[in-house]
Design a protein around this ligand. Sequence first.
Ligand SMILES: C[S@@+](CC[C@H](N)C(=O)[O-])C[C@H]1O[C@@H](n2cnc3c(N)ncnc32)[C@H](O)[C@@H]1O
Length: 343
Amino acid sequence: MSAYDGATLGERIANHFGGSTEHLYGVLMRDLAADWERGGVVREILAGREDAPPGDMVQLRLLAGVHRIVLRGDAPELAAFYPSVGGTADRYAVWPALEPVLRSHVAELREALDVAPQTNEVGRSIALLAGLSEALRRSGMRKVRLLEPGASAGLNLLVDQFRFEGDGWTCGPDDAQLVLAGCEAAGFTPEPFEVVERHGCDLDPFDATTPEGEAYLRSYIWPHMPERDGRLVAALATLREHPVTIDRAPAADWVRDQLASPAPDGVLTVVWHSITRQYWPAAEYAAMLAAIDEARSRLPVVRVALEDPSPLPTSGTWRPQVEVDDDVIGHCTHHGPPLDLLP
Ligand SMILES: C[S@@+](CC[C@H](N)C(=O)[O-])C[C@H]1O[C@@H](n2cnc3c(N)ncnc32)[C@H](O)[C@@H]1O
């Protein structure tokens, strides 16, 4: 069972983590779903969202809004349950601390539902490194123009500034602020490359070099995963040293515009996207593929992605897939390693 299973919004919230309560967000999903079923404040906050597509993940938008309130110090009793701010209280007792926070922030939390999740997850850069390495091997090229639609704050555009550690190999600067361990995968050794240009777009970009932008991004990290928060904080420090520009634009139009400009000779254009396709209208993805196909006659270009399979498998377990053009070359989690490449 997953967030995609259930006839009602309440059922999909209850199923978000397959009903597991092994961490704070599992308990919170259970408690939010129960309150929705009994017509409590959760039903009031989510009014009008009952028929939202499951991929909108309104429950994660709501919990990010709550996390922001916790991170800025406005809910000290609730904060005692949040590992992200050092809380250690018994998660099964969280509801009496959560409900008053929901009741006193209805308007703010309803506004939070308007914003699509902005999990700019730098762990996913291992999938980019794997897909990029495959593309470099296929093309024999070493210089890269990196284009990322749905880039959020653009952290993964800094893939060449991160250090990756695998089985007997490392990749990236020795003094990198972000070190991603556990990147080994059978048969995988990264190819050397140089990023000569990088650009991104997002429907809702924001500047993560400001304190507000930083708090905003951190609110989307699940609070029971402080190691992800640590990686994000390291990547944000990298971004302050190497700022990137993220245009406000929808994916397909932006990719088409970018591909209209030629890349310098000997440079491979890589269109990279991760965990964003599920939020795009189907026509947007089709239009982006058409723009890439049209550009192939003019320049070397490849699409690399880490995305949920589409359509989603109806049974069994699955993980996001690493795609290089039409090929699935491996799998990775939504948050990065472990990476598995197909033989
Ligand atoms: C879950 S985040 C993933 C961000 C980033 N790719 C990563 O993996 O860390 C999804 C992002 O897709 C963006 N997005 C959704 N629909 C979009 C569209 N049609 N065009 C461009 N960006 C879009 C959202 O604003 C959001 O920043």
